[in-house]
Design a protein around this ligand. Structure first.
Ligand code: GLU
Length: 395
């Protein structure tokens, strides 16, 4: 009865990151020796000091509904974090805690976008941005980039993409899938363009902020002229290895935070009580508490660049953050490998899955059809084996 489904769901694409992860799981369950480099998920465990806080919360009988926008102590701790790490001053009424940064983004889009509004997406962009904009009946407008310029857009491109209908832009640095980090100067140059267009709101997704290999942190809202128009999105999943705990949050103008709370109050209510109690401990920890993971990710990034660099046809740049390599593999287009013709990145990603037993995600899903994404949030041994298998198939 699929024709009974709404137009809304029928026109919604499946999340390609989750679909590839599910496919890899399914093949593993069938007994195939799949190495999954599809999902952006740290392979570390949540640190003990955070787990202890959760256990304590259960023992202290935290089991009731939580305030829709989050526990007051957690919102205070998030304000302190924004001040400590991002040079941003937010008051608790500007904070909303949600079930993962994904919900935070969906809330913001739903409260700001009307049908027909345009949303600018510097490409490559995370798969769910375009889907969330589509759900709001907005039109997403891609601003392309390429590996030659480290996947960065220019102020001129931004200016050219803006129309009277432009309502929002989604920024994400460090970027998923490219690992690109915009410098403060680059952000300021983009902000200078946005200053001329006061109708545009900026969603700055900073979920990978701590997974950066030396670039100074910079938050979009720290630019004074942008503060009143920026929604800063963050969460605990990536830096604290807490993907399944589902804690995301925003810092935003109070009127936007209030609207997000109203939206969330009709859809999911306040997020999980135990995860929120643990989040107070996580958010209050200095970033140095999780530096050991970042150091490990950097080692793996360097190793992956060296290993993949030895395969003809993989065009690479040096990602400065997150835990993805995003090679341009268009050099393979038009070739036939193991009786399979490679016309695009989807074909290439499927070839790697079927012939090398390595799961990746096609760049098509991220608005970058010449690329594929490999997550290196996997053990060194698995990564070495994955690249060896890829080399055997395409090398
Ligand atoms: N954000 C992660 C990724 O890109 C997790 C999956 C998802 O929510 O898309 O792989």
């Amino acid at each position: 009865m699929s024709n009974a489904l709404s137009n809304r769901i029928n026109s919604l694409p499946v999340s390609q990151t989750l679909a590839m992860a599910a496919k890899a799981r399914e093949l593993k369950a069938e007994g195939k020796d799949i190495i999954s480099l599809s999902l952006g998920e740290p392979d570390f465990n949540t640190p003990d000091f955070i787990k202890d806080a959760a256990i304590e919360a259960i023992q202290q009988d935290y089991n009731s509904y939580t305030p829709v926008d989050g526990y007051a102590e957690l919102k205070e701790a998030i304000c302190t974090k924004f001040n400590r790490d991002n040079n941003l001053n937010y008051a608790p009424n500007q904070i909303v805690v949600s079930t993962g940064a994904k919900q935070s983004i969906a809330n913001v889009a739903q409260v700001l976008l009307n049908p027909g509004d345009e949303v600018l997406l510097p490409a490559p962009y995370w798969v769910s941005y375009s889907a969330i904009a589509t759900l709001c009946e907005a039109k997403f407008v891609e601003i392309p980039s390429s590996i030659e310029n480290d996947f960065k857009i220019t102020p001129e491109q931004l200016e050219a993409a803006i129309t009277p209908k432009t309502k929002m832009i989604f920024f994400n640095s460090p970027n998923n899938p490219s690992g690109t980090i915009y410098s403060e100067a680059e952000y300021r140059a983009l902000a200078a363009v946005l200053e001329k267009h006061p109708q545009i709101y900026i969603l700055s997704d900073e979920i990978y902020e701590h997974i950066n290999y030396g670039s100074p942190l910079f938050s979009f809202a720290a630019i004074e002229s942008m503060y009143d128009r920026t929604i800063t999105v963050n969460g605990l999943a990536k830096a604290f290895a807490m993907t399944g705990w589902r804690i995301g949050f925003i810092g935003a103008p109070a009127w936007i935070a209030k609207a997000c709370t109203k939206m969330q109050g009709q859809i999911t209510s306040g997020t999980n009580c135990i995860a929120q109690r643990a989040a107070i401990t996580a958010v209050s920890a200095e970033p140095s508490a999780v530096q050991y993971m970042v150091d490990e990710f950097k080692k793996r990034r360097d190793m992956m660049l060296e290993l993949l660099g030895a395969i003809d046809g993989f065009k690479l740049n040096v990602p400065e953050g997150a835990f993805y390599i995003f090679p341009d593999i268009s050099g393979f287009f038009g070739r036939t490998i193991r009786n399979k013709t490679i016309a695009n990145a989807n074909d290439f990603s499927m070839l790697l899955l079927e012939e090398a037993n390595v799961a990746t995600v096609t760049g098509e899903a991220f608005g970058a059809p010449n690329c594929i994404r490999l997550s290196y949030a996997a053990s060194e041994e698995q990564l070495r084996e994955a690249v060896k298998r890829i080399q055997e198939v395409v090398g």
